[in-house]
Design a protein around this ligand. Sequence first.
Ligand SMILES: *Cc1c(COP(=O)(O)O)cnc(C)c1O
Length: 405
Amino acid sequence: MTQLGSNTDQHLATISEKSAHNYAPLPVVIATGEGCWVTDVDGKKYLDILSAYSAVNFGHQNPVIAEAFINQVRTLTLTSRAFNNDQFGPFCDLITSIFGYDMVLPMNTGAEAVETALKTARKWGYDVKGIAPNQAEIICCTGNFHGRTITVISFSDDPCNKPFGPMTPGFKIVQYGDPDALEKAITPNTVGFLVEPIQGEGGIIIPPDGYLTKVREICTKHNILMMADEIQSGLGRTGKLLACDHENVKPDVLILGKALGGGVMPVSAVLANKEIMGVFNPGDHGSTFGGNPLACAVAQTALNLLVDDKLPERALEVGTPFIEKLKTIKSPLVKEVRGRGLLIGIELVPEAGGAKQFCKKLMNEGILCKESHDHVIRIAPPLVITTEDLDWAFPRIEKVLTEGH
Ligand SMILES: *Cc1c(COP(=O)(O)O)cnc(C)c1O
């Protein structure tokens, strides 16, 4: 192997040759992280304002989470659900009491939790609602992102999912943000409506005010389950514990993931009340790693930090003025700045040629972020970010968006 080039170049060459090209990452190779800052293999520092799509809400190497993780690693890590472990009960108790549901079903990744919610709705439809076998229908939204499994991509309208058919039947897609479209699509076989309160991957799309309230009313009226995917929008990101809290709406089925794992491991969960979650019997569903003691210890620590450190309030306090500041950027490239708390999108005009090149320019300025959809620069830093860090970032973002214009 050649010894020429930077450490970064050597890593990039290996990664490009030896790993599947299912991602097109920015050409940075991170070696260490602390708080909102990361350092690459050549010693260059960057401000991380993506936070692994909200999975690193507590910051890199959060000392409280790291300690809980290390203690549990040295105690007990995995038993499978063939046995119980002493972290599982306390985890179930904490998460159900924080979010106000009777029961929880723990999984690992977000997509698994979404699959779990879909299974919950179908079984509820057959056992409780009395729908004929194999007839259950679930309604989803345009522009949705709920993960990458075959069933989950079966109700995606993103063209990238086309080459993976045949798709799982039983799903309908209606316009996001339009409650009438939802109501029109409901049939006697409908069991549930799956919705992101704010679409993250879809381009930081905030539905019209009152949308979630109307969705809640329609779901109740037609006796179908409102299932909220809060994997990205939940756990403080938008300035409330859940994005649904902005309208005081309580979904029947709540899906959590990403930040629940404290940035150290995949932990996801589905919450619902007994009439709904009670449909599961032994053998119906499971996961070797779901509910493992390490995950439960980390998730309890993450949830306690979220509440004790008032991170939702923080997200609102530092996020709201930052959104206002971003709106002052005068550039013909910017179509709209929108956001809630620390989930922020800068939508560029199509003539700007796509958000990705601007993320590359930001990288050269020492800021790491990622486009969401083609034309939106997503800003979603760890919730522990300080106003000083954001003040450092602002002129750099402004420069990249105004340079040459
Ligand atoms: C990231 C995400 C998922 C999928 O989570 P994975 O852990 O990547 O499987 C599902 N729904 C939403 C809204 C997400 O942002």
